[in-house]
Design a protein around this ligand. Structure first.
Ligand code: UD2
Length: 377
């Protein structure tokens, strides 16, 4: 030490001081950059209040979808112990800025009453599954196969096993006058099938229309105690791609593929004021397909009961609505707005060429020879 001059010591100390301040500055700038990125990814803050209502401090296209998701979750009366987990999941969901919703361009993804319209690219299937799967839900699925329509059951069930509510408990209720012709299809674990015998008819209009009555009475007798949600589907159809928990909601309807590009004066609503299904020319939201209704069991129960009563009232006045129960469904949904609307991806028709908005066909009616399968023409 005695050979080191004091000025050398001063130079070494200076170097250490310089290096120290350099590392400090670098550390701070890293922190600043990191917190900037963090803010960019979290442009919204929210909190779950006691009633699971989410409070947001900013709005965007995504807010619609997000608030409706929360609305449905609130309806499920999530347990308080679940709230912390939901807070996390909802945040992650909210951070998911889907390209289609964010741009709000080629399709409208929300109704004027702020219900989501479910299109491919507007949701994250894995995230939504992560919310609903822990709830241990059972989904009832009703399907009518009366007369020759029993021939459609095999494809319907086999494709449902591949694509429909996979990973959920599903209870199929098959209504038929030919129980012995119901095919045996291998069902995955947690999925069951009940066959319920119903009378045949020599009028297809009656078979189609009586579905509401039978759904109503079967919910009263059986389904109410066995399921949380219900979907009522046409049997002459096949699943082609994922149909999952993104479709769950309090009251769910599907936009008919034949009318999603039409203005409402072109919708085939019942136009005769004498019918209880009557919709004037200047009213109506969408033309909903009768091949799918869904929602909470109790909400679908009320829908079926009201439509059945109105159908019978019309029959008493010797009037049958233009498209039987589909006309009554459309009148009901005009007064009782669905909480979720499925795009025509969830109800396509095989004879119809795919359009550019429809990225995925999930469920589609097969081409059938009406004269061959119906009891009357
Ligand atoms: C339309 C609707 C259908 C219903 C009907 C009203 C779409 C795509 N389809 O279909 O949901 O509203 O118009 O009249 O929106 N069925 C039998 N046996 C029969 C006849 C019918 O089981 O002999 C059942 C079967 O489940 C069938 C459903 O009723 O899927 C509807 O009948 P449809 O498919 O013949 O009616 P369609 O194709 O005109």
């Amino acid at each position: 030490m005695r050979f080191i001059k004091p000025y050398v010591l001063l130079v070494i100390a200076g170097i250490f001081l310089l290096l120290g301040s350099f590392f400090c500055a670098a550390g701070n700038s890293n922190e600043t950059r990191h917190s900037h990125e963090f803010n960019e990814n979290q442009p919204f803050s929210f909190s779950l209040a006691q009633d699971n209502v989410v409070q947001l401090n900013e709005t965007s296209c995504n807010t619609f979808e997000f608030s409706i998701l929360c609305f449905d979750l609130a309806n499920l009366h999530c347990l308080t112990s679940e709230r912390q987990r939901l807070r996390h999941v909802l945040y992650v969901y909210f951070s998911f800025f889907s390209e289609r919703l964010n741009r709000c361009t080629d399709v409208v993804a929300v109704t004027p009453w702020l219900a989501p319209i479910v299109w491919e690219g507007t949701f994250d299937a894995v995230l939504i599954d992560n919310i609903y799967k822990p709830m241990n839900l059972t989904v009832a699925t009703t399907v009518f196969a009366v007369g020759k329509y029993v021939r459609f059951l095999q494809d319907f069930l086999e494709t449902a096993e591949k694509h429909f509510m996979v990973g959920f408990h599903v209870r199929y209720y098959v209504f038929t006058d030919r129980p012995h012709d119901v095919p045996s299809v291998n069902l995955s674990q947690g999925r069951h099938l009940s066959v319920i015998q119903v009378p045949g008819s020599n009028r297809w209009q009656e078979i189609s229309a009586r579905r509401m009555e039978i759904i109503q009475t079967t919910i009263e007798r059986q389904i109410r105690g066995e399921a949380d949600y219900i979907f009522c589907l046409d049997v002459d159809s096949k699943f082609h791609a994922h149909w999952g928990s993104e479709s769950l909601g309090r009251l769910v309807a599907v936009i008919h593929p034949g009318y999603y590009e039409q203005t409402r004066d072109r919708f085939p609503y019942e136009r005769r004021p004498a019918s209880t299904a009557y919709i004037p020319m200047d009213e109506g939201d969408y033309y909903y397909g009768g091949a799918m209704i869904g929602g909470f069991v109790e909400d679908v129960y009320t829908l079926a009961k009201v439509c059945r009563t109105r159908f019978e009232e019309d029959a008493g006045n010797s009037i049958e609505a233009a498209w039987q129960e589909e006309s009554h469904l459309n009148r009901y949904l005009l007064d009782n707005k669905p909480s979720k609307v499925l795009s025509p991806e969830y109800l396509w028709q095989d004879f119809k060429a795919k359009t550019k908005e429809v990225k995925v066909i999930r469920f589609s009616g097969v081409i059938k020879n009406y004269a061959d399968v119906r009891p009357n023409v």
